[in-house]
Design a binder for this molecule. Structure first.
Ligand code: UT7
Length: 322
């Protein structure tokens, strides 16, 4: 049994924060942020939540796919910023959309979270366990940022993206690759709960995202092209056969470097980071939804997807659209 992606949806918080807005509250500038990252603005939550944005993105994807809540039998959310340790964000989405027949759980693979969710859903559909899956990448990263650390907080944003994938005789997942390197996990880390038990002296200090930007950059520009090459070859295709590359939206320089290493025009790399910033697991599905709603995706097109980030983790896939 194969799998097709049949609908997408997304949801961004109402409040837009530009680089100039940030320059009013910290020592930074539009020039520094734009030239180093390509980011011009991002959406940040006020009253919105990870689960609320996920449910909204899910409803839009369901409408786009023509799928009802009762039909969904699997919900997977990729997130590192769920509203609660438990229940899982996926369970909150299940309740919010009324998908009573679904099994629901979260995956923590940071910026690769949506891609891992896609690959797990594919495995379940392929083995015949479920028929219709709702997969989501969703984050409220702004609550994990140290707003006194200008080298990280300007990079990230909040939002959610969703896709419906369905079991189908025609296999739309042409190939995938995924990997992890826990030994290098310290270069992009976030610990948000310190030990509170009576055996230790309690530190009330919360820890926020800490990143060695240059190490993450080096990891991305070597691992992503290698993973994409491997996946495209496994799909029996050449790089030229790929119509679009939908990459995790971390930084324009990473995307330009990947395009150069693959010898592909940057025109094949759609961008959302300029208006969204880096939204970790939500980046790829939000970008896919924007591409879908702009009418860029035509039946039969080959789209290469790739996520990479904390863990360290990475995952690529080549899908056939429609
Ligand atoms: O999902 C994966 C997420 N991770 C990434 O995408 C990270 C990939 N890494 C990068 O994209 C880049 O490493 C950054 C954009 C994060 C940083 O660029 P960089 O060229 O590596 O800058 P840097 O950290 O070496 O800092 C250069 C200078 C420093 O000043 P000095 O020491 O040279 O005087 C920083 O203090 O830029 C300064 N700086 C800033 N200046 C203005 C750091 N952040 C800012 C800021 N505004 N927001």
């Amino acid at each position: 049994m194969g799998m097709r992606m049949i609908g997408t949806g997304s949801c961004l918080p109402k409040t837009v924060v530009t680089n100039d807005d940030l320059a009013k509250i910290m020592d930074t500038s539009d020039e520094w942020i734009s030239s180093r990252t390509g980011i011009k603005e991002r959406h940040l939550v006020k009253e919105e939540t990870t689960a609320g944005m996920s449910a909204e993105a899910a409803l839009r994807a369901m409408e786009n796919a023509g799928v009802t809540a009762e039909e969904i039998d699997l919900i997977i959310v990729g997130t590192v910023s769920a509203d609660h340790a438990t229940p899982a964000c996926a369970c909150e989405v299940q309740a919010a959309i009324g998908a009573a027949n679904a099994v629901a759980f979260d995956i923590n693979a940071a910026c690769s979270g949506f891609m891992f969710a896609l690959n797990v859903a594919h495995a379940y559909l392929q083995m015949g366990a479920y028929k219709t899956a709702l997969i989501i990448g969703a984050e409220t990263l702004s609550k994990l940022m140290d707003w006194g650390d200008r080298s990280t907080c300007v990079l990230f944003g909040d939002g959610a993206g969703a896709a419906i994938v369905r079991a189908d005789e025609r296999e739309g997942m042409l190939a995938y690759d995924q990997g992890s390197d826990g030994a290098r996990g310290g270069v992009l880390a976030c610990g948000n709960r310190s030990n509170n038990n009576p055996l230790v002296e309690t530190s009330k200090e919360l820890e926020y995202v800490h990143m060695d930007g240059q190490e993450v950059y080096k990891f991305a520009v070597t691992t992503v092209p290698a993973s994409l090459h491997k996946t495209i070859e496994a799909a029996g295709l050449n790089v030229e056969d790929i119509d679009y590359f939908a990459l995790h939206q971390a930084n324009i320089r990473i995307i330009q470097s990947v395009a150069k290493r693959l010898k592909v025009s940057e025109d094949k790399f759609p961008i959302s980071l300029d208006h969204c910033g880096n939204i970790s697991a939500a980046s790829v599905p939000i970008l896919l939804d924007e591409m879908n709603r702009k009418g860029l995706l035509k039946p039969g097109m080959k789209v290469a997807l790739s996520g990479f980030g904390g863990g360290l983790t990475w995952a690529s896939a080549v899908i056939e659209w429609g």
